[in-house]
Design a protein around this ligand. Structure first.
Ligand code: 1QQ
Length: 378
């Protein structure tokens, strides 16, 4: 009896409930539990907060439209604290205690590279909405992502820097203790070699560093055309501010990857952020009707416009919903339904997974202009 109850609990967090009212049978919406592992504290908190807002908006829209026939999402939010060990605790809770049907997250690749192994072993489908390092989806066939990797986003950024800004000689500065910043460095290195640029110096920093002046002084002495930086936004903000404080001219662009796409950069670095370029996965100014509706609804609700991380998280809930509509709460069925998603209209554009369960859509190059992110050249 006990086992049966547990099995039922696992199959559907809250099964199709039948309500008898004066002899008639009404079906209530099917409730499916999703676990959201987000960095609400620690180094990735700037990303986690906006992801949560994007998720809540999508969940509320979906649940409001569910009626009596549809799927209702029951979200379970946990803070992974930007730490791999806390991510492991959260994943274990989702799998063993909450018995969720799907996990969305964690925020950082550095956490995902350990948590996703646990999910894969448990046969738990995972949809990453911000992991961009190489190797995450290779962990196994349960792991999907809607976030474009650094490998996809960066080559175009380097190409634009070379062709439109005449960048030929660069300095490279990266964090060598994090899966995302190391992966971004690899992607930049490849793109720099492919574009035939010269590397004048390579410098490194560690997570939590606050003083970047020794490395930036080295970089300044080499007179590069541009500084290529692979960093999460906390360190990126410090690097951008200090580069300008040290007198590296604003005419020397600083070029980053996905980690730079946060309003935290604009807030923390202020004026110094002007002209900073970055590869991005989402075009905020896209005129797609779905995107315009999302930007308006998010802004009305949160008091500030969404960023890339909100957009990817919002899209992720709708991608998951598409699979849940077909698959209900069964892990295997969800995994298979996710794999079949093709040309789904999302705020990221038409969305499909590659055969390797990675995202497939067009990247953009952004630049900070007048204190805002703008599409380069527009
Ligand atoms: C990663 C990232 C970060 C920049 C944002 C969450 O892309 O860790 O993969």
């Amino acid at each position: 009896m006990h086992n049966v109850q547990r099995r039922v609990g696992m199959t559907f967090s809250l099964c199709m409930a039948l309500i008898f009212i004066s002899g008639q049978v009404f079906a209530a919406a099917k409730e499916v539990k999703i676990g959201f592992a987000l960095s609400m504290t620690g180094g990735g908190a700037a990303y986690g907060a906006t992801q949560k807002n994007g998720i809540q908006l999508a969940v509320d829209e979906i649940n409001a439209a569910a009626g009596s026939e549809g799927i209702k999402i029951v979200p379970v939010f946990e803070d992974d604290a930007s730490l791999p060990q806390q991510g492991i605790n959260v994943f274990n809770k989702f799998i063993n205690a909450d018995k969720v049907s799907l996990i969305i997250g964690p925020t950082l690749s550095n956490t995902a590279q350990v948590t996703d192994r646990i999910a894969q072993q448990a046969g738990m489908p995972v949809l990453a909405v911000s992991n961009t390092a190489k190797g995450i989806t290779e962990i196994g066939d349960c792991i999907f992502r809607d976030s474009l990797t650094e490998m996809v986003v960066i080559p175009n950024t380097i190409k634009v820097a070379k062709e439109k800004l005449g960048v030929h000689k660069v300095a490279v500065f990266y964090g060598n203790d994090d899966a995302f910043t190391k992966g971004g460095y690899d992607a930049f290195k490849q793109a720099i070699a492919d574009a035939g640029l010269e590397v004048l110096t390579e410098q490194t920093f560690a997570k939590g560093d606050r003083d970047f002046s020794p490395q930036l002084t080295q970089i300044k002495s080499k007179n590069p055309d541009a500084i290529i930086v692979s960093a999460l936004v906390e360190e990126a903000s410090g690097i951008v501010s200090q580069a300008r404080q040290l007198g590296i001219a604003a005419t020397v662009p600083i070029i980053g990857g996905n980690g730079f796409n946060s309003p935290a950069l604009l807030k923390n670095a202020g004026e110094a952020a002007e002209g900073v370029m970055m590869g991005a996965s989402w075009n905020a100014s896209s005129s797609l009707p779905l995107n315009k509706k999302f930007v308006a609804a998010f802004t009305a609700r949160c008091g500030n416009p969404p960023d890339q991380f909100a957009a990817q998280a919002y899209a992720g809930v709708y991608i998951a919903y598409e699979a849940l509509k077909k698959a209900g709460s069964d892990h295997k069925a969800i995994q298979s339904a996710l794999g079949q998603i093709k040309d789904l209209d999302t705020v990221l554009g038409k969305f499909s997974f590659t055969s390797g369960r990675d995202a497939e859509h067009t990247p953009v190059v952004q630049v900070v202009k007048g204190g805002k992110f703008a599409v380069f050249g527009e």
